[in-house]
Ligand binder design. Structure first.
Ligand code: R5P
Length: 309
C-alpha cells in the first residue's frame, strides 16, 4: 500500500481517518482553505506524481460546498500528475434526481457524474447509490458497495423471531428483499406516494405484519417523513416493534427530533455522513473497514466481489 495516497475533503474527516487507520496509513497532506468571498482553494502538500490516489468525500450537506471541494481537489490531483485518481464517495448526493419524471427538469445525478469525471476522477468507489443504474452515468469504472453486510451482522446479533422486512416504497423492494433473504424473514411493502419533495402520503401495507417485529430498510433518511409514516402505519397494522435502518443519514434540520419522538424503536444508520451526537435511540455502524478493504483491493487490483456478501 506504500505507492497509494489517501486524501480527504472536509465532509467526513472522521470516516477518512478511520479508513486510514484500517489501512495503517497516514492521511495525505492537503490544505483546503477559503478566500474571503467563499471560493475554495486547495493545495496538495505532498508529491503525487505517478501515484495511485484516493480522495474521500461524501457529497452530503452542505452538499454544494462538499461537491465543489471534491471537484477542486480532483483538479489539483490531476494537474499534479497523479497516475490514477479514485473518487471515494461514501454518500453520492443529488442521486434522487436521476431521471426526467416531469417536463423541463434536469437529470442532476448525470450532471454531477459528468462534473466528477471532467474534474479528474478515473474511478469511483461508492456505496448504496439511490438507484444502482447511476453507475452507468459514469463512463469510468464504478465499484458500488452495499452497507448491508454490516447492517445485517448487527441485526443478526439481535436475534429476532417472527421478523418482517419492510420496503417503505416500491423503489426499495429490491433492497428489502435482499435483507429479508439474509435474515430469513418475510417481506412487506408500504404503499407510499410522494406529493412534494418534503411530503409523503402512506396509505396501506402490502403483506402481513400483525404480531410481528418489523425492520424498515431504506437507502437514506432525509426529512424522516417516509420512515416515520411507514412506522405509524405498521404499528396501526399490528406490528409489535418497528426498527428503521438506512445507509445514509442525510438528516435535515428537525429530522433527529422527529425520529426520536417517533414510533421507531431504534434507528440504525451508518457513518457515510457524519453526526456528532445522537440520542440513544440511534445506532451508528461504521463502514470504514469495508471502504478501507475496497480501497486496498482496488489498489492491489484484486477482486472486491467478496465484499458484497
Ligand atoms: C426515496 O425514494 C428514498 O429511498 C427515501 O425513502 C427517501 O429519500 C427518504 O426521504 P425522507 O426521509 O425525506 O422521506
Amino acid at each position: 500500500m506504500d505507492s497509494c495516497l489517501i486524501f480527504s475533503g472536509n465532509s467526513n474527516k472522521n470516516l477518512a481517518e478511520n479508513i486510514c487507520k484500517y489501512l495503517n496509513k497516514e492521511i495525505g497532506k492537503i490544505n483546503i482553505y477559503r478566500f474571503k468571498d467563499g471560493e475554495i482553494c486547495v493545495k496538495i502538500e505532498e508529491n503525487v506524481r505517478g501515484k495511485d490516489v484516493f480522495v474521500i468525500q461524501s457529497t452530503c450537506p452542505p452538499v454544494n460546498e462538499n461537491l465543489m471541494e471534491l471537484l477542486i481537489i480532483l483538479d489539483a490531483l490531476r494537474r499534479a500528475s497523479s497516475k490514477r485518481i479514485t473518487a471515494v464517495l461514501p454518500y453520492f448526493g443529488y442521486a434522487r434526481q436521476d431521471r426526467k419524471d416531469q417536463p423541463r427538469v434536469p437529470i442532476t445525478a448525470k450532471l454531477i457524474a459528468n462534473l466528477i469525471v471532467s474534474a479528474g476522477a478515473n474511478r469511483i468507489l461508492t456505496m448504496d447509490l439511490h438507484a444502482p443504474q447511476i453507475q452507468g452515468f459514469f463512463d469510468i469504472p464504478v465499484d458500488h458497495l452495499f452497507a448491508a453486510p454490516i447492517v445485517i451482522s448487527y441485526l443478526e446479533e439481535k436475534v429476532f423471531d417472527k421478523l418482517v422486512v419492510v420496503a417503505p416504497d416500491v423503489g426499495g423492494v429490491k433492497m428489502a428483499r435482499a435483507f429479508a433473504k439474509r435474515l430469513d424473514a418475510s417481506l412487506a411493502i408500504v404503499d407510499k406516494r410522494r406529493e412534494s419533495p418534503d411530503k409523503v402520503e402512506v396509505t396501506h401495507v402490502i403483506g402481513e405484519v400483525k404480531g410481528k417485529k418489523v425492520i424498515i430498510v431504506d437507502d437514506m433518511i432525509s426529512t424522516g417523513n417516509t420512515i416515520i409514516e411507514a412506522a405509524d402505519i405498521l404499528i396501526k397494522g399490528g406490528a409489535i416493534e418497528v426498527y428503521g435502518c438506512a445507509s445514509h443519514a442525510v438528516f435535515s434540520e428537525d429530522t433527529i427530533e422527529k425520529l426520536n419522538n417517533s414510533n421507531l424503536k431504534e434507528i440504525i444508520i451508518t457513518n457515510t455522513i457524519p453526526h456528532l451526537s445522537l440520542p440513544p435511540k440511534f445506532k451508528i455502524l461504521s463502514v470504514s473497514s469495508l471502504l478501507g478493504e475496497a480501497i486496498k483491493r482496488i489498489h492491489l487490483e484484486t477482486s472486491i466481489s467478496s465484499l458484497f456478501i
